[in-house]
Write a protein that binds this ligand. Structure first.
Ligand SMILES: Nc1ncnc2c1ncn2[C@@H]1O[C@H](COP(=O)(O)OP(=O)(O)OP(=O)(O)O)[C@@H](O)[C@H]1O
Length: 668
């Protein structure tokens, strides 16, 4: 990453403050009633500094983890294409007896080669690890509770942020959602400003986050936004997974310096780190070194060389980065067996055996020398631990939420509208709908009842087109939102019901505006009944159909959580609905005729035909011949009756599919 001009403003480090004023961008919350200025880097007043995230942590936490062992079942890649692997799953040990204790004020770094289990361990400590973890984790001697969850900040390796929101918006929405209802809106916004200032994000506070193809802030700034989101709640325990990965050394050093400042404020800070420079390494108070999931060192960072020296492992030179040295050891590489120098002299197999024996000796040295004093320290700190077996400790969130349901709903709604405004009002979607409506208007231009088949075809087209489109749009909703939903829900920020309602309500305007435009154009161009009441009823039926089909898409997306699979299944489903809808095939064999009853398009089509024609209406079925519309084969086979049954069927589907989507999200 090239050194970034913006990275250089980092007011955490004394003397680096800058004086600048950033113009305020017009946002939904920058209305005169609550203007959010982007502060100068040295702008926050003494008062806001005091309320900054660097103030003392209110409730210090001692984190203890003892004998953590985590095993997963893995399936070999071999097997049939359709039915997966036939071979039994194998157990794989990811963490093996990892223990440690971290106190307030400490910055603990977890080191280890790639795949050694660092992410797994930090995820376990954050109470977010799925699956069976044995051993005990305690927070001030107690298990992980929902209130602890809210006092814990967890920054994942991947930054999960909305790309179209600005830094200011991102942190403000998070503050509004995460800070307790006792604080006023203004105070929450001030806290967001404070975090922006403390983390040196002032210069980019009005820039969009970006990601993917959208150019936004730099990787270092993005990481600081992620840290800032956790800092907003002034957590007592902060856990981070590789906060410096992919960053240049200066930015990495600044992030670690920030973490150290936060620890010094009375927090317990744990971070995984891949390959720290010696400058970074010196900033850590404690280190835990993992090798293939087993600990080989746990203790003061400054004593690591002394310890390994005492068990017979000396570095090759006296000017070695301790981090490089321990990582080599964790890989089974010693100065005597240095692979880089020995090249291919020994066989590959010999080298592997040698590395394994080095690892084994380091693990047994740890058990002999470091684990006993650690165990003693465990018994001294919170001896009467209420620690629990992890499989039983997956406590569900209680209903103590930081904000009210209504607050959650309104913030999530505004945030969703802001984030998705570009896609909701995308020119491409509007162009597609407009062009299809104009084209179909021209194709059915002023059709007459005499051409009843054409007219009925247009009504069927309404039901199918507005069955397909909302469904396909909706299937992407939850698979795309999944990472954000998991992140925010596992921090206990909001209820699923408020998120779900906000998300579905937020999609409504565009989902309803487009079909309204479509029906208005096509209905009148297509020469359907020139009655305002019939037009309005037609529109209402189409909109109701849109809501049902959107529900089907949401449910499929939420159940499968894979947009590709959901799209494939929806195509099959819609094809079935298309064929069973009653337009193409009028004499469906009895044993399969039930299909139409599960097709929402069928009910929509029936209703559209039902409102378009009256029982006594006639059409010209031949030269000088008039036939009753209801006797037209295509309509007769629809068995039009009491339309309320069709409305009821659609209503049931509307509720059922949305309920299914909700239940699927609950089990996420
Ligand atoms: N759900 C899973 N399925 C298969 N393998 C897994 C799973 N979870 C973890 N692993 C394996 O466990 C090992 C440890 O993974 P983990 O991500 O904790 O390592 P890490 O030390 O954080 O690695 P890195 O530094 O590369 O991020 C890896 O070999 C990984 O492939």
């Amino acid at each position: 990453m090239p050194p970034n001009k913006q990275e250089s403003s980092f007011p955490i480090i004394p003397g680096e403050s800058r004086n600048e004023t950033i113009p305020v961008q017009e946002t939904w919350f920058s209305s005169p009633s609550h203007v959010i200025p982007c502060l100068d880097d040295d702008g926050p007043s003494h008062q806001s500094r005091q309320s900054s995230v660097l103030r003392q942590s209110l409730r210090p936490i001692i984190l203890k983890f003892e004998e953590l062992t985590y095993t997963i079942k893995i399936q070999s890649g071999k097997g049939s294409y359709w039915f997966g692997s036939q071979e039994p799953k194998q157990n794989r040990l990811i963490l093996n007896g990892v223990s440690g204790i971290v106190k307030p004020g400490d910055l603990l770094a977890m080191l280890g080669p790639s795949g050694s289990g660092k992410t797994t361990l930090v995820t376990a400590l954050a109470g977010r690890l799925q699956g069976k973890l044995s051993g005990t984790v305690s927070y001030n001697g107690a298990p992980f509770t929902s209130s602890m969850k809210r006092r814990t900040g967890f920054v994942t390796q991947e930054d999960v942020l909305y790309p179209h929101l600005t830094v200011m918006e991102t942190l403000t929405y998070t503050a509004l959602l995460r800070l307790p209802k006792e604080l006023t809106r203004k105070e929450k916004i001030q806290q967001a400003e404070s975090v922006i200032s403390d983390l040196g994000l002032t210069r980019c506070c009005n820039s969009v986050i970006g990601g993917g193809l959208i150019r936004g802030i730099s990787g270092g700034e993005r990481k600081r936004v992620s840290i800032g989101q956790e800092m907003l709640v002034n957590p007592s325990l902060l856990l981070l997974d590789e906060p410096t990965s992919g960053l240049d050394s200066t930015t990495a050093a600044r992030i670690v310096a920030t973490l150290r400042s936060l620890a010094r404020g009375g927090r317990t800070v744990v971070t995984t780190i891949h390959q720290p420079s010696s400058r970074l390494y010196r900033m850590f108070d404690k280190v835990l070194v993992l090798s293939d999931g087993s600990p080989i060192y746990s203790g003061d960072s400054g004593r690591v060389m002394e310890y390994f020296g005492s068990i017979g492992f000396q570095p090759g030179s006296s000017f070695v980065n301790p981090a490089d040295f321990v990582l080599d050891l964790a890989n089974g590489i010693t100065s005597d067996t240095n692979q880089y120098e020995q090249g291919e002299i020994n066989g590959k197999l010999d080298r592997l055996e040698e590395q394994n024996s080095v690892k084994e000796s380091l693990i047994s040295a740890y058990k002999k020398n470091l684990y006993p004093p650690l165990k003693e320290e465990f018994s001294r700190t919170f001896p009467q631990d209420q620690t629990v077996n992890w499989s039983r400790s997956k406590t569900r969130l209680t209903n103590r939420w930081p904000t009210s349901w209504w607050m959650q709903f309104s913030v999530l709604l505004k945030r969703g509208l802001k984030e998705r405004s570009h896609e909701s009002f995308s020119g491409l979607r509007i162009f597609m709908v407009m062009s299809v409506s104009l084209l179909s208007g021209l194709l059915w231009w002023h059709s007459r009842v005499a051409h009843i088949q054409d007219q009925v075809g247009l009504l069927f087209f309404f039901s199918i087109f507005w069955g397909f489109l909302p469904l396909f749009n909706a299937i992407f909703t939850f698979p795309q939102e999944r990472p954000m939903l998991i992140k925010e829900r596992s921090s206990g920020i909001y209820r699923l019901s408020s998120y779900y309602t906000a998300r579905t309500v937020g999609d409504l305007p565009m989902e309803l505006i487009l079909p309204t435009i479509f029906v208005t154009i096509t209905y009148w161009m297509g020469g359907l009944k020139s009655s305002l009441t019939t037009f309005i009823m037609t529109l209402m039926i189409v909109l109701y159909n849109v809501l049902v089909s959107q529900g089907v898409g949401l449910a499929l997306g939420a159940i499968l959580m894979d947009a590709k699979k959901a799209a494939t299944l929806s195509s099959v489903l819609m094809l079935v609905f298309l064929l069973a809808g009653g337009y193409y095939i009028q004499h469906i064999p009895g044993f399969i005729a039930w299909l139409k009853y599960i097709s929402f398009s069928h009910y929509c089509y029936k209703l559209l035909v039902g409102v378009q024609y009256t029982w006594d209406e006639v059409y010209e079925c031949g030269p000088g011949l008039h036939c009753g519309v209801m006797d037209y084969e295509g309509i007769k086979n629809l068995s039009l009756g009491n339309m309320m049954w069709d409305v009821l069927a659609l209503t049931l589907m509307l509720l059922l599919y949305r309920f299914l989507a909700y239940v699927a999200l609950r089990n996420l």
